[in-house]
Design a binder for this molecule. Structure first.
Ligand code: P6P
Length: 335
């Protein structure tokens, strides 16, 4: 059993990745390089975001993605930056991105990994200077090495993830990721252009008193969910909703809490995407002691059938998610 690396706070990301790799005698370094490629792209995007107001790159790009959602200029910039970094890095044979309808073939057909990503989640918040994030998952390809990536490579359930993480472009920029041996958080020092370990071995509190949900859709919520929300209010929990998934998830990871995006009248299957939003956060939630479900089933065990399919998401502190599920189930029996 690989014991968790207890690297000291302040360890540079590069050193940390190297130390972790050395714990695996048969590691060939490809995953390490892929993580470095992601970190590099995030540094470039961080710079773009921080100057968005001055560089005329705020606002809509005048196009929409496969979901019919208006794309922001920075959505497209982030998509290009990540795709370019992963293609040039050589360790990824294919990418699924929220911003592109089909699989992106990087041309690296001898690479053994694929990446699913939301290059810039919550990008509409940039114009109002609110936190945004990048979300990514890494899987081993299933198709034979040497050929183009296939849909089968991409439609893997979340339990197959080799690694997953997010970048949070907030009051500070952080990279939080897991390779299946716990969750570690790194804070970016722009003057040095490097990430440093700031949050080793992150743990999600078993319980919490923060609930994150857009109650604008309350009228159309499942009845059991309404019951859970009323219970949170009875207990005078804090309602916190940034409208940026990575920001809400990160706060709940640090302080305890639950984030819910249920099925609504507008999004029957929920708004969030399974392949490049929910699976990654579910992986991190479980790796830090939390829980992630669609209200009934473990997110990581959902079998994807479409690249851009959506799912309801209940994620965060174990006791809070389990209590919400109990309300959903109890109410279901009644109706
Ligand atoms: P609503 C951003 O568009 C996003 O995908 C998540 O980051 C965020 O949590 C959610 O949608 C916000 O959606 O319907 O509350 O505006």
């Amino acid at each position: 059993m690989i014991d968790k690396l207890t690297a000291s706070v302040g360890t540079a990301l590069d050193r940390f990745i190297q130390q972790k790799q050395e714990q695996f005698p048969y590691a060939t370094g490809e995953l390490s390089q892929l993580l470095r490629d992601i970190a590099l792209a995030s540094k470039i995007i961080n710079r773009e975001i921080n100057r968005a107001g001055l560089a005329g790159i705020e606002g809509g790009a005048g196009s929409s993605n496969v979901q019919g959602e208006a794309q922001q200029k920075l959505d497209m910039i982030a998509d290009v930056r990540f795709t370019r970094a992963l293609s040039k890095g050589g360790e990824t044979c294919g990418i699924v991105s929220e911003e592109m309808d089909d699989i992106i073939d990087t041309g690296n057909h001898h690479a053994k990994y694929i990446v699913t990503m939301d290059p810039l989640d919550g990008s509409s918040n940039i114009d109002v200077n609110v936190v945004v994030g990048t979300i990514f998952s890494i899987y081993r390809r299933r198709s034979p090495i040497g050929r183009p990536p296939t849909k089968e490579d991409m439609l893997q359930q979340g339990t197959e993830q080799i690694a997953a993480g997010y970048v949070l472009y907030g009051s500070s920029t952080m990279l939080v990721y897991s390779t299946g041996y716990g969750v570690n958080g790194f804070t970016y020092e722009p003057s040095l252009g490097e990430y440093f370990l700031s949050h080793p071995d992150m743990k999600c509190n078993d319980d919490g008193n923060i609930f994150s949900i857009n109650e604008g859709g309350y009228k159309t919520f499942p009845e059991g969910l309404k019951e859970y929300i009323e219970m949170c209010k009875e207990r005078e929990y804090s309602a916190r909703y940034i409208g940026s998934l990575v920001g809400d998830f990160h706060r709940n990871l640090l302080k305890g809490g639950i984030y819910i995006y249920p099925s609504t009248s507008k999004y029957k299957k929920g708004k969030l995407r399974l392949l490049y939003e929910c699976n990654a956060l579910a992986f991190l939630a479980e790796q830090s002691g939390g829980v992630a479900t669609n209200g009934y089933q473990r997110i990581l065990e959902l079998k994807p059938t479409e690249l851009h399919e959506r799912t309801p998401l209940y994620v965060g502190s174990k006791k809070m998610v389990e209590e919400a599920m109990k309300c959903l189930k109890q109410y279901e029996k009644v109706t």
